[in-house]
Design a protein around this ligand. Structure first.
Ligand SMILES: [Zn+2]
Length: 252
């Protein structure tokens, strides 16, 4: 038999219609991103169980001869209902899902990506609406590190000189890295630099060892959080090598 059934932990990244009108669910799991057909009408139970951002166990049936992967059941342990009641949380979850798809599961580690995505969803679901927190920047930092593309905050991206920990760091959108004071002072041309306060830089270093939920809630000043957000979103846009539509959705 060239077919088999299996079940595994999965989070739903997205669901969409196929050209033929069938529902295709994109699952994030240890194997990476798996596209599975969820048959049934628009009101089917399976479709609602396998809605975007649900996390749980997926059952699939693989028909190798026909090249078909079918979702036969989805047991959602967590549905994160509060995310859907807040536009900025919706924007953050959509961006994370889009980035995971664009980077092919952050460069291929499906299990790491699934755990990180679920941690982000939990933080967004628990957040106090209207109060910005560091959940999305923290997701970006961990994703960038996993992909090996997080720039070194201690080394100038222009002259390769050392940047002291206590100075204001300037992030260069043109170079996708940090500049020392001298290079930031002499920077010319159409490269509006982003100043990251010392608090933002300390957070980047300190939060690496923290548990995700704790790092998402860590106190940051409003300017430090805004700068960290702008810098990490620019870095993931670069890491995706193209436009991330969620960045232009107006929700973030
Ligand atoms: Zn420099």
């Amino acid at each position: 038999m060239a077919s088999r059934s299996s079940s595994f932990p999965a989070a739903v990244l997205r669901s969409r219609e196929s050209p033929a009108g069938d529902r295709i669910v994109q699952l994030l799991c240890a194997a990476g991103i798996v596209d599975a057909f969820a048959f049934g009408g628009p009101k089917s139970k399976l479709r609602s169980l396998a809605s975007p951002w649900h996390s749980g166990t997926a059952w699939i049936y693989e028909d190798k001869a026909r090249g078909l992967v079918k979702l036969t059941d989805f047991d959602a342990d967590e549905e994160f209902p509060r995310i859907r009641t807040d536009l900025s949380a919706i924007g953050a979850a959509s961006l994370a899902a889009e980035f995971i798809m664009a980077s092919d599961a952050l460069g291929g580690d499906g299990e790491f990506s699934r755990v990180l995505f679920v941690e982000l969803l939990r933080a967004l679901d628990r957040a106090e609406h209207g109060i910005p927190d560091a959940a999305l920047p923290q997701f970006c930092l961990r994703a960038l590190r996993a992909m090996g593309v997080m720039p070194d905050a201690r080394e100038c991206a222009s002259c390769a000189g050392e940047i002291g920990p206590r100075t204001v760091h300037s992030y260069s959108r043109r170079l996708g890295g940090f500049l020392c004071e001298r290079c930031a002072f002499h920077a010319e041309g159409p490269d509006p630099l982003l100043d990251l306060p010392a608090g933002a830089m300390a957070y980047i270093a300190r939060s690496e060892a923290m548990e995700f939920g704790e790092a998402a809630r860590a106190g940051l000043s409003v300017p430090a959080l805004a700068a960290l957000r702008a810098c990490t979103l620019d870095l993931i846009a670069k890491a995706a090598h193209g436009r991330l539509r969620s960045l232009e959705s107006g929700l973030l």
